[in-house]
Design a protein around this ligand. Structure first.
Ligand SMILES: O=C[C@H](O)COP(=O)(O)O
Length: 216
C-alpha cells in the first residue's frame, strides 16, 4: 500500500477542516482531471474521485504527483474489496462507499486511510459505527433532508456525518445546522454552463464562494 504516512487522525482533521468534499463523478478522465484542477485552484484541499471515472487510479496518482500529500484524495463509489485494494495501492487517503461495504473498513485503516460508508437509517448508521467507520456518509441526503440528518445526529451525537446527494451552496447551511461535520457536493458544485464553456475563472470564483460559505 502506498497511502501517505500521515496518521489517520490527521487525515480526519484535514477532511473535517475542508468542510466541503467535491465529489467528481465523470464518464471520462480528462473531464474529471479538469474538474479536479479547477477545485484545487479554488482552494479545495480534498477531492473524492468516483470509481466510475475510467482510469480513476491513474488520476489519483497524477494528482498526487502534481499536488503532493497536502491534497487529500479519496476514491468514491467503492463497492468491493478489489476496488478498495486498487484505490489504496494508488495512494487514496480515504475510501467512500455509498453503502455499508463493511469489508473495506479494516483494509482502509490498515493502509493508513480513512473510510466513509453510506448509511441512511438508524440501523444502518449503527452498523457503520460497529464496523469502525470514520465518517458516515448520509446518502442520498436530500431524500430525508436536514430534518432526517438532525434525527440521526440526535441519537448518534458522536458520529461524524457527511450528507451527500442534492447538496448545494444554497442548502448546505441547513445541513451544517442539522449536525453535518462536512458535506459532499457533486453535480451542483460546478455551474453547468461555465463548466461546459471551460470558463475556469468563473468556476474558480464560484467554488471559492461555496468553500467560503461552508466556513461561515
Ligand atoms: O456519491 C455522491 C453523489 O454522486 C453526489 O451527489 P450529487 O451529485 O447530488 O451532489
Amino acid at each position: 500500500m502506498t497511502a501517505s504516512a500521515a496518521p489517520i487522525a490527521s487525515k480526519l482533521s484535514a477532511l473535517l477542516a475542508a468542510r466541503v468534499v467535491p465529489v467528481l463523478r465523470y464518464t471520462d478522465a480528462a473531464t474529471a482531471a479538469y474538474a479536479a484542477e479547477v477545485a484545487v485552484a479554488a482552494g479545495c484541499t480534498t477531492l473524492e474521485l468516483t470509481w466510475t471515472i475510467p482510469g480513476v487510479t491513474d488520476l489519483v496518482r497524477a494528482l498526487r504527483d502534481k499536488h503532493g500529500a497536502s491534497l487529500l484524495l479519496g476514491v468514491g463509489t467503492v463497492l468491493d474489496e478489489s476496488q478498495a485494494r486498487e484505490a489504496l495501492v494508488a495512494g487514496a487517503d480515504f475510501l467512500v462507499s455509498p453503502a455499508l461495504a463493511t469489508d473495506i473498513v479494516d483494509m482502509a485503516h490498515a493502509a493508513g486511510a480513512l473510510c466513509l460508508l453510506g448509511a441512511f437509517t438508524p440501523t444502518e448508521v449503527l452498523a457503520a459505527r460497529r464496523a469502525g467507520v470514520d465518517v458516515v456518509k448520509v446518502f442520498p441526503a436530500d431524500t430525508g433532508g436536514p430534518k432526517h440528518l438532525a434525527a440521526l445526529k440526535s441519537v448518534y451525537p458522536d458520529t461524524i456525518f457527511c450528507p451527500t446527494g442534492g447538496i448545494t451552496q444554497e442548502n448546505m447551511g441547513t445541513y451544517f445546522a442539522a449536525g453535518a461535520g462536512l458535506v459532499g457536493i457533486g453535480s451542483n458544485l460546478y455551474d453547468k454552463a461555465a463548466f461546459a464553456a471551460r470558463d475556469t475563472a468563473a468556476l474558480v470564483a464560484q467554488i471559492t464562494r461555496t468553500r467560503e460559505a461552508a466556513h461561515g
